[in-house]
Structure formats: structure tokens, C-alpha cells
Design a protein around this ligand. Structure first.
Ligand SMILES: NC(=O)C1=CN([C@@H]2O[C@H](COP(=O)(O)OP(=O)(O)OC[C@H]3O[C@@H](n4cnc5c(N)ncnc54)[C@H](OP(=O)(O)O)[C@@H]3O)[C@@H](O)[C@H]2O)C=CC1
Ligand SMILES: CC(C)(CO)C(=O)C(=O)O
Length: 355
């Protein structure tokens, strides 16, 4: 069967990630009908201005979009991109599930959301994915395109015909962002999740993960490597095979690299190179963005997912549990005071020794 052409696209949760994909598709393909579902001040700004502003490397573009909060506006969509935070997944999906018709539904969120989405969304239309892009809402209606990374999508179950996966991939690629598909999307999602377990641990000390975290021997060997090792042990116990995206981060390679960096003197040489022309990007993790905005984070679905899986398999994950505990503590405190890298490294080293 020839897939239906994509004429109308809706973005449910048109925040940092969703508005970027939606905005860029509309920018490059003005004939596509683009509907952005958002809420609060961000929705109000897009409605008042009738556009979303995208900033990238000092340039600004204003892209005309229809912004709404009325679920009925979804009717007739050929593809729906779902980009709410993981904790909002079920209640948001339920608002739209009965009126999606034949729309292809693509979740591009962190976490393993298919478990929840398959309860409400047609399984023959349900795709999930991961994105290694990095974006943020810098003010209502304004998105900063911080990093154009790869995104990968795939069928959440064998019910989805391969032609639908390919059509979704081609549609999201209209944004100009690289998008590929994978037959082991669960492995891709967990690969990214493990990367984020280390990244979110770096948020505890407001550490620039690549430049000051991985290249700092004490933090790397006391926090990043043990958190990753623990996650990998849990996934192995759960029988999950990791899969990397082409050009994307591969946690198995990250682990090898981190161990290699412990060769005497090597991290100092790498640091000297990266302080020069080969500087590493500064990632602004979404957990950090949420803490800054006094919002609940997705920590329960990332480091917390490792803890959940560990419980399910009868093993333990105390380091990931500690990241979850500490991030929740920060969510609850009014002053987001970070501890130093050294304090966090000492606390995690003690925890590891106590195992
Ligand atoms: N930002 C990034 O760089 C990256 C994010 N991700 C993942 O992508 C997903 C989306 O993250 P991100 O774009 O940063 O999140 P944002 O908070 O920027 O965007 C989500 C948007 O959805 C809105 N929303 C929530 N519920 C509804 C609803 N019922 N109706 C309409 N709008 C709704 C939110 O409103 P409100 O603010 O009021 O809650 C918010 O504006 C997350 O899973 C995140 O982990 C993955 C890689 C990178
Ligand atoms: C690693 C990153 C920034 C995506 O590139 C992310 O997934 C997050 O901030 O949650």
C-alpha cells in the first residue's frame, strides 16, 4: 500500500525539541500545515506573535506556526510528533488518543515511553525514538538550537509496517536534522539513557560533562565510570542489547575511552588539545534546564529506570539510586545549590566502597 502523503503535522508538546523539529520542517517546507500544541507562557507567546523564534549560532528566524491547546486541532494530522516530558506522557496521550485517526505517532522523548504509550496509542502507528540534539526554551516563544545531533526512530512493536517507519523518518528529515531508523530502537534508547545517567550525575555538581567531568580524573573514576558500569551490569542482567546510532555516542566506546584516559598523563594531553582548537561542546542537560526553571525533572525515568530494572532483575543499583535521590533533593529545595565536583566524587566513592 502506498503511504498517504504527509500534509498536516502536529507537535504535541512543542517545547525545546518539538518546536525545533516542527519549526524547522515548516521553515523548509512552508506548504506543510504545522500545528503546535503547547501551554502556559510559551503557548501564549507563540499565539500572540503567530510564530516561533529559533536562534542558532547568533542567527534568528521567525517561523509562522499555528499554536494551540485545543486537542480537536489534531484532527486530520498525518503525523504527530510527541515531545512532552516523560512524566506528562500518559495524561497527555489520553487527551488525544481517540481523535488521532490514522496518524503516525512518533515519540521523541528520553526514557522508555512505549511502555505507557502502547496503552492508549494504536500500536500499528506507534513509533518511538531518541534524539541526540540539544535545545532549550530560552524565553517563551524562543528556542535555542544548541546542538544538531542525530535522531533515531523505530517501530515500538512489530505491528508497525516498515513503510510507515520510513515515511516518518523522511518526514522528520524535512527539518534538515539528521534522522535515521533502527530495528533495535530499544537498544538505541537504552544506549542514550546510559549516556544520560552519567550526564545527569554531572548536573549534581553543575559540571560541564565533557570538558570538566570526563576529563577530570577524580570525577570520572569516582562518578561517571561507576554509574555507567552499574547501568551496564543492570542492562546485561535484563538481557537488553545496546545499539548505537551512526555518528552518535556509543556508551561502550565511552567506557573504553574513559578507562583509556586513566593511562598516566593521557587525560592531561587530551585536556590540552580540547582547550585548544578541538574544544568539546557544552551540553545543557534537560535535567539542568528543569532545575533552573523549578520544574520536576525526568530523573525517575532515566537513572530511576536503571533502579527500576535492577529491582525487576533482583540486582542493585545504589549509585543510580543516589543520583535520583540527590536530584529530587534539589528539585525540592528553593535554592539550587550545587555541591563541588570533589564533594560529589567523595560521596560516590564512599558509596561504592560500602557496596
Ligand atoms: N531539550 C533537550 O535538549 C533534549 C530533550 N530531550 C527529551 O525530549 C523530551 C522533550 O523535552 P524538551 O523539549 O526539552 O521539553 P520542554 O519542556 O521544553 O517541552 C515540552 C513542552 O510540552 C508542553 N506540554 C506538556 N504537556 C502538554 C499538554 N498536555 N499539552 C500541550 N503542551 C504540553 C510543556 O509545557 P509546560 O512547560 O507547561 O510543562 C512544554 O512546553 C523530553 O523527554 C526530554 O528529555 C531529549 C534530548 C535533548
Ligand atoms: C544528552 C542530551 C543533552 C541530548 O543531546 C539529553 O538527552 C538531555 O539533555 O536530556
Amino acid at each position: 500500500m502506498t503511504p498517504k502523503p504527509i500534509k498536516k503535522i502536529s507537535i504535541i508538546g512543542a517545547g525545546a525539541i518539538g518546536a525545533t523539529f516542527g519549526g524547522l520542517i515548516k521553515h523548509h517546507h512552508p506548504d506543510v500545515e504545522m500545528v503546535m500544541f503547547a501551554r502556559g507562557a510559551h503557548l501564549a507567546a507563540m499565539q500572540a506573535q503567530r510564530h516561533v523564534t529559533m536562534c542558532e549560532a547568533g542567527n534568528q528566524v521567525k517561523i509562522p506556526v499555528k499554536a494551540t491547546s485545543d486537542p480537536k486541532d489534531i484532527v486530520g494530522s498525518d503525523l504527530v510528533l510527541f515531545t512532552v516530558k516523560t512524566q506528562d506522557t500518559l495524561k497527555t496521550a489520553e487527551l488525544f488518543a481517540d481523535i488521532l485517526g490514522d496518524a503516525i505517532f512518533v515519540s521523541l522523548q528520553n526514557g522508555i515511553n512505549q511502555r505507557v504509550l502502547c496503552k492508549t496509542i494504536r500500536t500499528d502507528r506507534l513509533l518511538v525514538g531518541m534524539t541526540a540534539t540539544n535545545m532549550s526554551i530560552v524565553q517563551p516563544g524562543v528556542i535555542d538550537v544548541t546542538r544538531r545531533g542525530i535522531s533515531v526512530i523505530g517501530a515500538a512493536s512489530p505491528d508497525v509496517p516498515p513503510s510507515i517507519v520510513e515515511q516518518a523518518r523522511q518526514t522528520l528529515s524535512l527539518s534538515g536534522l539528521p534522522v535515521e531508523s533502527s530495528e533495535n530502537i530499544l537498544g538505541v534508547q537504552y544506549n542514550k539513557l546510559l549516556f544520560n545517567t552519567m550526564g545527569y550525575a554531572s548536573v549534581l555538581s553543575n559540571t560541564d560533562f565533557l570538558n570538566d567531568g570526563l576529563l577530570n580524573r577524580n570525577w570520572r573514576t569516582s562518578v561517571a565510570l561507576p554509574v555507567l558500569d552499574e547501568g551496564m551490569r543492570v542492562l546485561e542482567a535484563a538481557g537488553i542489547t545496546l545499539q548505537k546510532a551512526s555518528g552518535g555516542s556509543d556508551v561502550i566506546r565511552w567506557r573504553r575511552l574513559m578507562r583509556l584516559l586513566s593511562t598516566p598523563g593521557l587525560d592531561r594531553i587530551v585536556r590540552a588539545i580540547t582547550r585548544g582548537p578541538l574544544s568539546l561542546p557544552k551540553l545543557v542537560f534537560s535535567v539542568y534546564q528543569d532545575l533552573q526553571r523549578n520544574r520536576p525533572t525526568e530523573i525517575d525515568f532515566i537513572n530511576g529506570e536503571i533502579v527500576r530494572l535492577a529491582n525487576e532483575c533482583g540486582v542493585t543499583a545504589p549509585l543510580n539510586a543516589e543520583v535520583v535521590r540527590r536530584i529530587h533533593e534539589m528539585e525540592e529545595s528553593t535554592h539550587k545549590s550545587f555541591q563541588s565536583r570533589e564533594e560529589i566524587a567523595t560521596a560516590f566513592r564512599r558509596l561504592k566502597e560500602a557496596e
